[in-house]
Ligand binder design. Structure first.
Ligand code: PMP
Length: 351
């Protein structure tokens, strides 16, 4: 190792799903929407004046914050926006998890949580999900420096009922509790309204899935004024201009086109249930997913083998070579046509 290398921070990064290119590929591996965003989004970006690009964006993204606050009937002082929910989650770890006690999160969950904890040197303890891949609120009633979990959870897709999420929050008044609601538009119960009851609750959301804007990178969060102010202070100590002008305009337009948004979500939920039934007939067992993906295991063929054989046919799903879930596939819900192609390929693979 060269001398200068000794002072380089060493981290094991998060590995995002593959982004293969090619028009014939069926991409069901990163939980993107298979549909285009609202035409209002496209128009709002196309009509941008060059002057808007010349200048820095509004560092507070006030237009977008106002739109989100009004849509969800929340005070603007309780809304924060960022470059995807990853940006907000990473910043939240930095802002809220500064205790000597370990933060808690499930053993099977969004695999970025331990990466941020390692990056910021935050102690953490992974709490095993139950045999049925469920969160047991009792496990979160112990000393901790913070709590974070996805609801519905990923990659299991399983949602924890609101009363049990509240049980976790109310048992932990001395910690910040982050509920990552990246998939909440597809099912499960939000705890958004609890931000007025619990000052220590942060609810994080994204435009990447249900609003079909993963490429735009926009996330948002709701919390008490105390939490949102703390997040803003950290953000402005790091990078004032997080959201770019096109993202601010596009996300605002996406919120405005509510009918389109609801139509997309309904279509994905319908396709999810149809696909689940077909998979069941082929010997798959799927969790009760409340998201835009299915989490499936087959009764006889190993998940890894199915994953590889699908990839040979240009169909990409996600496979995690991890304890407890290494015989499962996470399959994003695509269009009806894409799911039909998946089913046909699986029939071929499984004989
Ligand atoms: N939380 C969960 C549970 C996710 O699955 C994802 C998607 N990878 C994210 C957050 C981040 O999404 P984004 O940064 O696109 O908002």
């Amino acid at each position: 190792m060269k001398k200068f290398e000794e002072n380089i921070r060493r981290v094991t990064p998060y590995v995002p799903g593959e982004q293969p290119s090619g028009s014939d590929i069926i991409k069901l591996n990163t939980n993107e929407s298979p549909f285009a965003p609202s035409t209002m989004v496209q128009m709002s970006i196309a009509s941008m004046m060059p002057d808007a690009l010349r200048k820095y964006p509004d560092p507070d993204a006030s237009d977008l914050v106002r739109e989100i606050a009004s849509y969800y009937d929340v005070d603007e002082s309780k809304v924060f926006v960022g470059v995807g929910s990853d940006d907000i989650l990473g910043m939240s770890f930095l802002t809220f998890f500064n205790s000597d006690k370990p933060i808690l999160f499930p053993d099977i969950t969004y695999s970025f949580y331990d990466v941020w904890a390692e990056l910021y040197d935050i102690k953490y303890e992974k709490i095993p999900l139950t045999e049925e891949f469920e969160i047991n609120p009792e496990d979160y009633k112990k000393e901790n420096g913070g709590i974070v979990f996805a609801n519905p959870n990923a990659p299991t897709g399983i949602a924890l009922p609101k009363a049990q999420v509240e049980e976790i929050i109310s048992a932990n008044p001395d910690s910040v509790v982050i509920v990552d609601e990246a998939y909440i538009d597809f099912g499960g119960e939000t705890v958004l309204e609890l931000i007025d009851k619990y000052e220590n609750l942060l609810v994080v959301r994204t435009f990447s899935k249900s609003r079909a804007l993963a490429g735009m990178r926009v996330g948002y969060a709701f919390g008490s004024e105390t939490l949102i102010k703390a997040l803003k202070d950290v953000k402005f100590s790091y990078n004032s201009y997080t959201l770019n002008v096109a993202a601010i305009r596009g996300a605002k337009a996406a919120i405005k086109d509510d009918e389109y948004f609801k139509g997309l979500v309904d279509e994905i939920k319908r396709t999810r249930e149809e696909t689940k039934m077909k998979l069941k007939k082929m010997g798959f067992n799927c969790t009760n997913s409340q998201t835009n993906f299915l989490f499936a295991t087959h009764e006889s063929m190993p998940a890894k083998e199915i994953f590889e054989k699908l990839r040979d046919r240009d169909i990409y799903v996600r496979y995690f070579e991890k304890d407890r879930i290494d015989n499962y596939l996470r399959i994003t819900i695509g269009t009806k046509e894409q799911m039909n192609a998946l089913i046909m390929a699986l029939e071929d693979i499984l004989g």
